[in-house]
Design a protein around this ligand. Sequence first.
Ligand code: FAD
Ligand code: SIN
Length: 539
Amino acid sequence: MPDNQFNTMKTDILIIGSGIGGLATAIHIAEERPDLKITALTKTNEEESNTRYAQGGVAAVWDKEVDSFDKHIADTLDAGDGLCDGHIVEIVVEEGPERVQEIIQWGTRFDKQKEEYDLGREGGHSENRILHYKDLTGWEIQRSLLEKAEQLSNIEILEHYFAVDLITQHHLGYNVTRLMDDIECYGAYVFNKQTKNIDTILARVTVVATGGAGQVYRNTTNPVIATGDGIAMVYRAKGHLENMEFVQFHPTALYNPAGENPSFLVSEAVRGFGGILKTREGEEFMDKYDSRKSLAPRDIVARAIDNEIKQRGEECMFLDCRHLDEAGFRGHFPTIYDKCRSIGIDPMKDMIPIVPACHYMCGGIKVDEMGRSSIRRLYACGECTCTGLHGANRLASNSLLEALVFAQRISCDVLPLIDSLGHKEGIPDWNASGTTDPKEMVLITQSLKELKEVMSSYVGIVRSNVRLQRALDRLDLLYRETEELYHTTTISPQLCELRNLITIAYLVSRAAAMRRESRGLHYTTDYPEKLGFVQRSIL
Ligand code: FAD
Ligand code: SIN
């Protein structure tokens, strides 16, 4: 390809992702340093993200007469099943309310009752502490952060730019290994969906805020953009990852026999409002599993539902809301009510059919308390990270909070440092030689289907040695076929996403096979007990 088809751009801070993690980081830095150029990328349009679909809300200690930091800390540690980093839990819980106050000042609205915020309850929380905006909290946060970012002239959001790979010394011809502690990130190669070229974006600091990877499973609440790109890119760049085996399945996605991707979420806040899990015959079953019944932490509820479905040979279990006040239900959950009605279910007259669906990655890019990854000049924020907050199972509504706290911390770390960092010279353009246009898209779409089947059948809520080995064998073949395709055809976002999802699937399966115990979200029939010591799975 002739050189003039390539475009190299320089920015001060490159942020890959424009959900809550990316936008909050951009805003903090932009407000403090109007002279810095901040470029945020999004692979589709700026509104689309996991953030946009968040329903329940943001957990934060608000009513100090009833609630306390100690209680929120204890709930987070309890859900995390011994694997949380206590120091990080304290940081997030204690700094959280100030960060939430900040986004309120930036324009985020939360529901109130009279003058006070209407605090909701979700599984694993001992107090009402969830700030929410109806059942559209994420939509409201995404809206307000985008509006705030637009007011800051030094933030540029580039839509339809797909980050392909992080640039490190590897691209200058050096041998880079995972054991090195001086890997540096100089920016990213990005696929410009309009020109179909791979552009080079050079940055003094890069932040990965690419969200989750739910699309690695057949049923997921995550939108189709959630393909784990950032986690896979950091892994390829030889950065460290942690706790990849802990994949959270949300207990209550709407069961829609017609099938839909993503699955529609029925918020845990509905159970916090009084909804009760029942069998088709209308019997409660959660008391067999946990004294907190329908409001036990997610790992316990999802496993219980999975078990009931399998034992009874059913397609789904049910959420009974028929006893709840109709006006209250419709006021709090207008989207859920409308969605149920659209598939012929009246939540006031019928029980809502539900199934567990992949919802959240507790593991990811290992970062320290300032959001620094193991690669220099590279930070990460939001769902793509493993900060130590969630441990083996995330407490509901702690994810948005974590992103807000770490966004501010990243800005505190970057600001004193940025002036000492320059742009790296001599970075080559993307090398597309020897590749041709793909002829058969079916090679990509079919592999994606197979991948989701493998993960759903063998690496789901209940695992075993045999299932995990089978998954790893199947993934090996998919990996080899896809690498061959990747190296011989021109790049497309679909091919990159498939490649990234295969990496995620491998990492989840590998970490799961390494963990010889059952803890939090990882349950294996071969090792049903918890070990007496804490083992972290670093990849
Ligand atoms: P996202 O919001 O997913 O943003 C990712 C961004 O990265 C997007 O802009 C995307 O385009 C971009 N991107 C990804 N890959 C690339 C690439 N290769 N190149 C360029 N750009 C890229 N959490 C809570 O705390 N409370 C809740 O109530 C709650 N409810 C939820 C409900 C649903 C249905 C779902 C799916 C999740 C929910 N969560 C909730 C989890 C929470 O929403 C997410 O963890 C959080 O929003 C993730 O934010 P993020 O900024 O890390 O990523
Ligand atoms: C929900 O509303 O149930 C989702 C909350 C979360 O994932 O934190």
